[in-house]
Write a protein that binds this ligand. Structure first.
Ligand code: HEM
Length: 501
């Protein structure tokens, strides 16, 4: 007999909304539904998320869309999203693009089903790799990679060329996670084209996204063959990396050492070789693709708002002074710069949505019955623009929205760039430290010149990234002073469970 259910007793595979939402008809949908095809009129194959944002604006805080035989519930209203954050009733749902990545990373941390034992094992073994102590150890390596970026940018500037922001941020973040996590150097800055690892990664992410837009994977046969080659390349790269570590002896206690040697503190269990491979790919991908987008959007906004850049720069000057190598503790003190980053992530969260499922039959926000296993997609990118939470000027870039008083005055669970609950981002502090450090270093060294003709376009491959963003650079002369708000630095708690909203 074939097994048609998961260990949690839920049907395997895609669960269309009709199966789990008894009052689905009450949820608005776009007009003009076509038989067999569904709500596809005007739909973009390459920008599904931005399509959903357009529908969200028209249809309100909860809506549904059907693409071929799959009906999906989307939500973004603050009260609905807050209810979905209740861990006692909801959990991560591994579906859509995330489920499509299972052939690449299986039960790796990001794609594991909640019931798979390797999730808890890997979480417990790897979470200490993001403690304050571990982060302080990564800091000098992060500085070193940032230096390589600035050498590259100095050369481009001297040659009178503009710089490719998303391309260079991708090089920076890939080298950072590879060095800090795995003691590996991809040599990205020595290459004129992206490293093949990045090309293969973008290929698998794009394929996972495209699978959602076709009635059957059989229609993507050629792309599937390319995807298989990409997966083979990722596996092969990671296997080489692990073999080199095993042959050369332990590193300096980095993530790879943890994956290979650290036994679970209670059960004594180790990650299996197959699972190590999946975790290495997971961390190499999740650890750089997202942060490079966050840095790129922040640089876009800084270049478009010289007064905000000047204020952030003044803060860097005041906190760092002339220190050539800012220390680990000096990064969290850049409170205004952190707000710039938060505000960029508000408008363009690089992971623009996440999915949640009901643990038992329940009533969402007191209104919408859901059966056990029913799920919905929380549109973070729209939750972050809800005028009821963020005001009538929600589309405006304004880092002061993240002043502590303003944050306290907002309802909980309205800012979720790192997801929610037990399955929230394990690398949150890593990403925030790296991004704040790099933005501080870049602001201190350069003035950014944006092309006035450039209009922000956003490319999607499960994550979001500015398209075609190039900046001119000028070496800074003198220091720029501006108002700086002094606040006590925040402490670093458990990267997932102790993290603030
Ligand atoms: C700005 C940068 C980042 C953003 C916006 C981001 C966002 C997210 C989000 C939204 C989730 C939850 C996804 C879901 O619920 O399905 C997540 C999970 C995860 N992230 Fe990040 N992330 C970032 C950086 C990082 C970094 C630097 C690492 C590793 C060094 C990392 C590793 C992971 C892993 C392993 C998970 C899965 C956690 C689990 O399920 O236990 N991320 N991230």
């Amino acid at each position: 007999m074939t097994d048609t259910s998961t260990a949690a007793g839920l049907p395997k595979g895609f669960r269309s909304a009709e199966q789990g939402w008894p009052q689905l008809r009450r949820i608005p949908r776009p007009p003009y539904r076509l038989p067999l095809l569904g709500d596809v009129l005007g739909a973009s194959r390459t920008k599904p998320l931005q399509d959903s944002l357009r529908h969200a604006r028209r249809l309100g805080p909860i809506f549904r869309r059907r693409v071929f035989n799959r009906e999906i519930v989307f939500l973004w209203g603050a009260a609905l999203a807050a209810d979905m954050a209740d861990e006692s009733r909801f959990a991560k749902h591994v579906g859509l693009g995330v489920a499509n990545l299972r052939p690449v990373v299986g039960d790796g941390l990001f794609t594991a089903y909640n019931h798979e034992p390797n999730w808890q094992l890997a979480h417990d073994v790897l979470a200490p790799g993001f403690s304050r102590e571990a982060m302080a150890g990564y800091h000098p390596m992060m500085l070193n990679v940032a230096d390589r970026l600035m050498d590259h940018w100095d050369r481009e500037m001297a040659a009178g060329r503009t710089v490719d922001v998303p391309g260079d941020m991708t090089k920076l973040t890939l080298e950072t996670i590879a060095r800090t996590g795995f003691g590996h150097d991809f040599g990205s800055f020595e290459r004129s084209r992206p490293h093949p690892f990045v090309t293969a990664m973008v290929g698998t992410l794009t394929y996972a996204q495209r699978l959602n837009a076709v009635p059957s994977p059989l229609l993507l046969r050629q792309a599937a063959r390319r995807n298989a080659t990409d997966i083979a390349y990722l596996n092969h790269t990671v296997d080489d990396l692990v073999r080199a570590r095993t042959a050369g002896g332990p590193g300096d206690g980095d993530l790879l050492d943890r994956m290979l040697q650290t036994a679970h503190p209670e059960t004594g269990e180790l990650l299996s070789p197959e699972n190590v491979r999946r975790q290495v790919i997971t961390f190499l991908v999740a650890g750089h693709e997202t942060t490079s987008g966050a840095l790129s959007f922040a640089l876009h906004y800084l270049s478009r708002h010289p007064e905000i850049a000047a204020r952030a720069r003044a803060e860097v000057d005041q906190v760092w002074g002339d220190t050539a190598m800012p220390g680990y503790d000096q990064v969290a003190k850049l409170r205004y710069l952190r707000r710039v980053l938060d505000e960029s992530q508000r408008l363009w969260p690089t992971v623009p949505a996440f999915t949640r499922e009901a643990r038992e039959d329940t009533l969402l926000a007191g209104e919408h019955p859901m059966r056990r296993g029913a799920w919905a997609l929380v549109l973070t990118a729209m939750l972050h623009r809800d005028p009821e939470v963020w005001g009538p000027d929600a589309e405006r870039f304004d880092p002061d929205r993240f002043e502590p008083k303003a944050v306290r005055s907002r309802p909980a669970h309205t800012f979720k760039p790192f997801g929610t609950g037990a399955r929230a981002c394990i690398g949150r502090q890593f990403a925030l430290h790296e991004a704040t450090l790099v933005l501080g270093l870049l602001l201190r060294r350069y003035e950014f010149r944006s092309d006035p003709a450039y209009r922000l376009r956003v490319t999607e491959r499960l994550t979001m990234m500015p398209e075609g963003l190039r900046l001119g650079l000028e070496r800074r002369v003198g220091t720029v002073q501006g108002p700086v708000v002094e606040e006590p630095p925040s402490d670093l708690r458990c990267p997932v469970h102790g993290s603030a909203d």
